[in-house]
Every structure is written in C-alpha cells, then in structure tokens.
Design a protein. Structure first.
Length: 237
C-alpha cells in the first residue's frame, strides 16, 4: 500500500470507509491517548507505534496520499479476490475429478459384480440333472443347487439314490461329455438295510409332485438366491 503501509488504516483507527474527516480525527485522538509513550513506558516500541499512528492519520488527511492508499487498497482487494477465485476453481476441479473417479470406480465394481453373477448363474444353469437321469434312477423330490457346481438331491427312496451313486461311479450319469459325480452327503452310506428300501417307489410312496429345482432367476438378485441356497443346504450338514 501507499508508503509501505501494510494494514487497513480505517480498520486500524476503528472507523469505516464512509467515515467523515471529523469522525476520523476523533478516532485518531482516542487511539493516540491509548498509544501515548507516557502511558506505555514498559513497552520499548511505544514511541515507534505512536509515530506510526501519526503517519497513518496524515495519510488519511492528505487527499493525494489518501487516493494513493485507496488505490493500493483496491489493488490488494482485487488480488485477494483473484486468488480466492483461483482457489475456488481449483477446488471445483478437484471435486469434479474426485466424483468422476468415484463414479468410475463404482461403475467398474458394479460391472465386475454383474460379470461374476452372470458367470455364476450361467454355470449353475448349465449344471442340472437331465430328464433322463430322473426317469432312469427314480424320482428326485428336492434338488438344491449350491456353489461351485454342486447340489444336494433328495430321492424318493434309498434304492433310487444307490442306483444313481452306482451309475455315477462308472460315469453314466448326466451329460456324456460332463458326467456327474454322485455320493452320499456324509461321504458314506447311512446306517440301515438297503434291501428294506428296495421296493419300488410306487409301492412305498405315492407319486410325489414334480421335483423342486432351485435355479437362480433373472428377476431375483443373485445375493438373495445365494443366501436361500446356503440356508437350505445347511440342513444337509
């Protein structure tokens, strides 16, 4: 600012830009009493402060110096506004970049999730017991398809289950190019006499309703389908 002044003279004197010369003079006298060296003997800079006050007051009283001060004040204010605008624009750009990055990351995550769900759904759909399997070995009462191309099947009789396990041991269950592996859920046959269950299903059980097959639906979120599968498979240990 003018004459190396780095402060706002109006603010220093406690007046506003619209203050009259009389109001500025009154504010100067009050400030002079406050900073007078005789009242601040313990302050080694008291004389310097009092002299600065006189210089500031003279600037506001001299028309030429006052104009120079006001011009410098306006330039400084303009520079501050320009810097503030630059910082605000920088913040806006940074925020836009952050939002774009987050949107891109979220889109990539959603795409990866969809790809995973579609791949898993396709794998589960391709893994199913064929109609010939059901007719050849008996009636499947319930079929719960789990993860990693696995499933738990409930047959109408033990005899039918044993036939399926025996046939699977020689690779004749399911598709020829991709035969199924069939075993007891516990890894070994449960206790009990197999012959006791050897009677035809028609004599031991009435013809049950069509098998309940669980496959993922395009209308149901895969996470819901998966949770349902896990809950049902938990019953089989």
């Amino acid at each position: 600012m003018a004459h190396g002044v780095e402060i706002d003279l109006y603010e220093y004197l406690g007046v506003s830009f619209e203050s009259s010369a009389k109001e500025i003079k009154r504010a100067y006298k009050i400030k002079a009493k406050e900073l007078h060296p005789d009242k601040n003997k313990s302050d080694p800079q008291a004389k310097e402060k009092f002299q600065k006050l006189k210089e500031y007051y003279d600037i506001l009283q001299d028309p030429t110096l006052k104009v120079s001060f006001l011009e410098a004040k306006e330039k400084e204010a303009a520079a501050r506004r320009k810097e503030a605008n630059r910082m605000a624009e920088r913040d806006r750009v940074a925020e836009r970049i952050r939002k774009d990055w987050e949107a891109s990351r979220e889109a990539a995550a959603c795409a990866a999730q969809r790809e995973h769900s579609n791949a898993t759904r396709a794998a589960l759909k391709s893994f199913a017991f064929t109609p010939s399997f059901d007719l050849q070995f008996g009636t499947v009462l319930n079929l719960v398809v789990g993860k990693k191309c696995s499933a738990v099947a409930e047959f109408a009789s033990r005899q039918e289950a044993e036939k399926a396990i025996k046939a699977a041991s020689v690779g004749s269950v399911g598709y020829v190019e991709n035969p199924l592996k069939v075993s007891w859920p516990t890894g070994s046959a449960p206790d009990g006499d197999s012959e006791a269950d050897s009677a035809p299903a028609s004599t031991k059980h009435p013809r049950p309703p069509p098998p309940e097959t669980h496959q993922p639906s395009d209308d149901v979120p895969f996470e819901t389908f998966e949770s349902d599968i896990l809950a049902k498979m938990a019953r089989f240990g």
